[in-house]
Write a protein that binds this ligand. Structure first.
Ligand code: R5P
Length: 296
């Protein structure tokens, strides 16, 4: 784990994609928050300036690489580079949502392994260590040669859900890959957990059901790392309603929520969507700021 070295000041730099989270991180760390100048030239290029004395200090750059991903990524790299040029001894890159993490393999010959290049860019910009939250697959961290950590927000989501006093709740991973996330949430709620399995019952018919638990008359929480178009959740809700689940909640770390996803999920019958501030969104009810203090 990372350590704060004695005698070195900690300073948080707020990337423009994460203004509220940056402020919360600075509060948690009880340290100075610097808002850099980030502007655009008339041709669209970025201009970044950090007006602060950083020599010898430990800087934490907080910047989500949510949409517009490429702009936010380049701003992150410029901030890291500027902090290093100003003499910062350590530059921790805190990227709560790591863009391109789902393209972590070459699924077809000739494809770019996008996230591998993203990690190399961040490291080449000058980051001395890297922290993210609930990266799609932990193996992504192996793309770095600097210390790199993916922390999980699942216990925080579980603590929030626990306050909602759900009735006989069952926590379901949106798919098999989310079973561990569902488990972490359920532990905080003292609830059972399972995952949703797709079963082909005939050539034209696929059902989505919990692998082993019954949802009849129970409140259900569907857990995923990302909700993007909402397609996965909407399909699950349709099926869970047929299985007579009571109220259905959706919880995720990263509320990507493209286009009308939020509206569609609500229309499908989800009572509440609960997510974190890795991407700042009206459904971001849980802050991941306390996690960074654990790792620092
Ligand atoms: C996929 O592997 C992820 O864990 C999510 O299930 C997926 O990104 C959700 O996408 P959507 O909301 O578009 O179904």
């Amino acid at each position: 784990m990372l350590k704060i070295c004695a005698g070195i000041k900690l300073i948080v730099i707020a990337g423009s994609a994460s203004p509220r989270l940056s402020a919360r991180v600075a509060r948690e760390l009880e340290c100075e928050l610097i808002k850099p100048v980030v502007k655009r030239f008339p041709d669209g290029e970025f201009y970044v300036r950090i007006e602060a004395e950083l020599r010898g200090e430990h800087v934490v750059v907080v910047q989500s690489t949510c949409s517009p991903q490429n702009d936010n990524l380049i701003e992150l790299c410029f901030l890291i580079g500027a902090a290093r040029d100003l003499g910062a001894k350590r530059v921790t890159s805190f990227v709560p949502y790591l863009a391109y993490a789902r393209q972590d393999k070459r699924f077809k010959a000739g494809e770019a392994v996008s996230v591998s290049t993203v990690c190399k860019l961040i490291e080449a910009a000058g980051a001395t260590d890297f922290v993210t939250i609930d990266v799609h697959h932990d193996e992504v961290m192996r793309n770095f040669s600097i210390p790199a950590y993916s922390l999980t927000a699942m216990p925080l989501l579980g603590q929030h859900l626990n306050k909602l006093k759900l009735r006989d709740p069952v926590v379901l991973g949106a798919d098999k890959g989310s079973i561990d996330r569902a488990k972490r949430v359920s532990l905080e709620m003292g609830a059972e957990h399972d995952y949703l399995e797709k079963k082909r019952i005939s050539p034209r018919n696929v059902v989505v059901k919990p692998k082993r638990l019954n949802v009849l008359n129970r409140d259900v929480v569907i857990v995923d790392d990302i909700i993007s178009t909402g397609g996965t959740i909407i399909e699950a809700v349709r099926m869970l309603k047929r299985q007579k689940a009571r109220r259905i909640y959706a919880a995720c770390t990263h509320p990507v929520l493209v286009g009308k996803a939020l509206q569609k999920i609500k229309i499908a019958g989800v009572k509440n969507i609960i997510s974190t501030d890795t991407i700042e969104h009206p459904v971001s009810r849980v802050s991941v700021a306390p996690l960074i203090t654990d790792v620092l």
